[in-house]
Structure formats: C-alpha cells, structure tokens
Design a protein around this ligand. Sequence first.
Ligand code: AR6
Length: 190
Amino acid sequence: MRIEAVVGDITTEKVDAIVNAANSTLLGGGGVDGAIHRAAGPGLLDACQKVRDTELPDGLPVGRAVATPGFDLPAAWVIHTVGPNLHAGEDDPALLRACFDSSLELAIQLGCTGIALPAVSAGVYGWPIARVAEIAVAAARAVERLARTDPDAVGSLELIRFVLSSKGNHEAFARELARTKRDRSAQKLD
Ligand code: AR6
C-alpha cells in the first residue's frame, strides 16, 4: 500500500476514485465540491439527484459515503462524503474519521486500485488542518495495516493519495505521514 500527500487539484487526478467533501444535500456547493461538479459536468448533479430521489431522500448523513460515476472527470468514480461542520458544533473526531473510513471502504468495494482524497472538513466546515491530517492519516494507516494482515480485505487497493490545495495543508499531511511512519518503525524495534 502506498500512502502519499501531494499539492494539487483533485479534479485532475487520474485514479479510479476521487472523494468529494460534499454536504448532506449532495446537490453541490463551493470549495472542492464546486470544483468537482464543474469538472465532472452536469451528469454528476443528475446522478446525485437520482441518489436523493431513491436511496437517500433525507440526504447523506455526516460520516457516510456514497458513490456516483465521475462523468467528464479522469476518475471513474466520485465518492461523496459529508464531513462534520465545526461551525455548527459538530466537533466529534469520530465523525470525521468515519468519513475517511467509509470512503476508503467504498473504494475497496468498488474494486479501485487508487483513490484520491481531499482534506475533508478543513475548508468551509472549519476543522484545523493538523487535526484533519491526523485523523485522515490514521484512517489510511489502518487500511495499510489491514493490507498486511488480511490482503483480501483491501481488494485491489494499492494507492491512497491525499491531494491538498495549498503548501501549508500539504505540510500538515506530510508531517503526519512522517510521524506515523516513525511511530511504526519504533514499534518494530520494541
Ligand atoms: N482539490 C483539492 N482540494 C481542494 C480543492 C481542489 N480542487 N478545492 C478546495 N480544496 P471544502 P469542507 C480544499 O470547503 O470543509 C462545500 O460548499 C480546501 O482548500 O471544500 O468539508 C460543500 O458543499 C480545503 O482544504 O470542504 C459543503 O457545504 C478542503 O479542500 C462544504 O463546502 C476542504 O474544503 C464542505 O466543507
């Protein structure tokens, strides 16, 4: 399993699935959500509307994930998840962890080889980037551990790439990736 962090625009990622930091309506918004809808074209909004009309009439709950095709994107799939909104008092880290866990789990179920994820909740929803990095990287490390202990459980997944919109955000993720790598080598020496 490769886990990495890059600076970039997630809409240009050539991986099987990209993750969208959506809101519960699934009907678009600003930030990465707006960028993904613009790049995917109108088919994405139609597909999201269809999901609302069928399986999720009350919207996508915080922490859950749902997939649609990627339409005009290089990625075959968009995995929509809804992060907790700190400005609305949603301060439970388990909810943010659930976003990353459910997105990664869905990518595995879809048979993805590679997935790209943004810093869910680190924009409009107001979570500090260091906290998002800590939670997101912990979720990725859990999948990495699973790949070692039970390879079948991660299917074809080989790459987890965090795509960050700024150098500062990238630094937070790079630091957390380095820290958790050090922790793991320390554990090996114990
Ligand atoms: N590629 C990668 N990262 C990006 C991109 C991009 N093209 N564009 C923005 N980011 P946000 P949230 C970063 O606000 O906090 C929307 O209106 C951005 O700099 O997109 O979960 C939804 O509809 C930030 O670091 O998501 C919801 O209403 C990170 O992506 C609400 O915002 C997430 O910022 C969700 O808020």
